[in-house]
Write a protein that binds this ligand. Sequence first.
Ligand SMILES: [Zn+2]
Length: 139
Amino acid sequence: MSAIDRALARLRAAGLAGASLPAERSSLACSCGCTEAHVIARRQTADGRHLAIWSTGEITHAIGLYLRGLGTPRSRWGVETRIKAVRLMMDDFGAYDADEIPTLIRAAEGTYAHDYSSETDRRIHAHAIARRTLARRAA
Ligand SMILES: [Zn+2]
């Protein structure tokens, strides 16, 4: 089973994807209008790993394996927050090693409990949280 098939199967099981995507869930649709899981971007990490970023908020290595340590959100809110967090941070993946990306994404997800005056402020705060968490772990 390919990565895209696995992603679709999981999202369908959670009622979050498919041709019959209800309008109320349209926030899960990519801005390109496609509601099926697809790769929206590819990014290289600081340690040279090539990652594929999916419209579902999932992140896989180029060969299709899921990035370890990220986990799967179980609620609709969790999935939406994952998608927003991944899209917010993906242009900064090059500043982190692949095994640091889950910490970065979780930091960004945490920012959605608050309002920020701009998405740039949210992004900067997510970086600060992630750097602090990674520094603490290294100590
Ligand atoms: Zn798209």
